[in-house]
Design a protein around this ligand. Structure first.
Ligand code: ARG
Length: 359
């Protein structure tokens, strides 16, 4: 255990100090300090510089992310000093507000205490803002992805609203204590009603989506140290909403309704009604976000940006790893360069990793 940590810490610190052009002297001094801390306490603490660099590189190493060109512009917010649920909840609200930035979304990451023996913070939500899903006698209402978490919230005392787009409360747990549940204040939430540039009837579907995807259930791992609560966000790529969240049969499943309203022959596969409905739903998502001044990227631009990222990394003589199955967009994948080349799905560290659900 200690040996692994010593090794991981050294490996990270060397590459960090090298990329940041620190002197050999600075590196050696720091390595000694880290070693001493690990040997006497079983762990070590990152400096602010190491933390920020580690968080950025974790993004750079995220094989499933097409948006990595901007890895160096991550806004890292160090909240390792907070020790109560109340303080953490306030910091999460601050994250939502500053990342949303009235629509000009800032890629951000707030980092809470690292995992040490007998001390862990967990955010139970998958994303800080997410819609509830309910099992009812008439079928599923809301987002099926949130079924089990919604049930947990209700058991913890949350009042269900039985709407299609109810924002779930935030649930925080410290050190195996009973979790704390809190509603996100309305004024912090930015949502975009989905309408279509030509089809007037589209707004009658009453679809909307929240502005900022803030993943809150992954571990940030840097140099052998694990941050179990370290929520982060970018902005959306349109297809995440238009070709998955609102379209998947196991999510909001909107294609049949849209196909019908477009007067397509939804009985025939040959009519390509799903493809046509998908295209208009995605047009509507991009149009609505753009018109409301909320940052979003289309999949063609995102792929071009990813190409630029690959070129930049090559210049720096770093290899780009990737998970092809995630990198290709779900709409018109073969129109992007990504489709036509292989990527090595090798895991580099620092990185973001999954952790078992706490419930
Ligand atoms: N795909 C997830 C969603 O639709 C969000 C994942 C992160 N996406 C991003 N653009 N940073 O909610």
């Amino acid at each position: 255990m200690i040996d692994d940590l010593l090794k991981e810490a050294e490996e990270f610190t060397r590459s960090c100090y090298k990329e940041l052009n620190k002197t050999e002297q600075e590196l050696e001094t720091r390595l000694n300090e880290i070693n001493q801390q690990i040997v006497s306490e079983g762990f070590y603490e990152h400096t602010v510089v190491e933390l920020e660099y580690g968080a950025k590189v974790a993004w750079r190493n995220s094989n499933r992310c097409i948006g990595r060109l901007f890895w160096d512009h991550l806004n890292v917010i160090d909240k390792r000093n907070l020790s109560t649920e109340e303080e953490i909840i306030d910091a999460l609200f601050e994250h939502i507000e500053s990342a949303t930035n009235k629509g000009r979304i800032r890629p951000s990451k707030t980092i809470f205490l690292q995992k040490v023996p007998n001390k862990t913070v967990r955010i139970w939500n998958h994303q800080l803002v997410r819609y509830a899903g309910y099992k009812t006698e008439q079928g599923i209402l809301g987002d099926p992805h949130s079924l089990s978490f919604t049930e947990i919230c209700i058991n913890l005392g949350w009042e269900p609203k039985f709407g299609k787009f109810d924002v779930l409360p935030i649930v925080i747990q410290m050190n195996e204590k009973h979790p704390k549940l809190v509603e996100i204040p309305e004024h912090l939430l930015l949502e975009v009603p989905i309408r279509h540039p030509h089809y007037k009837w589209f707004e009658d579907l009453s679809l909307k989506w929240y502005a900022v995807p803030i993943i809150s259930d992954m571990i940030l791992e840097i140099g052998g140290i694990r941050y179990t609560a370290a929520p982060f966000n970018g902005w959306y790529m349109g297809t995440e909403i238009g070709a998955r969240n609102l379209a998947d049969e196991l999510r909001y499943n909107m294609l049949p309704q849209i196909g019908n309203l477009m007067e397509l022959d939804i009985k025939s596969n040959l009519s390509l009604w799903k493809d046509r409905a998908l295209l208009e739903l995605n047009t509507a998502v991009l149009h609505s976000f753009k018109e409301d001044g909320v940052s979003i990227v289309d999949h063609h631009t995102a792929a071009q940006q990813f190409k630029k990222f690959e070129e930049k990394e090559m210049e720096m003589e770093r290899s780009v790893t990737g998970d092809w199955t995630w990198l290709i967009p779900p709409l018109a994948p073969a129109t992007t360069h990504i489709f036509h080349k292989p990527y090595k799905n090798k895991i580099k560290k620092p990185n973001y990793i999954y952790q078992p659900k706490p419930y």
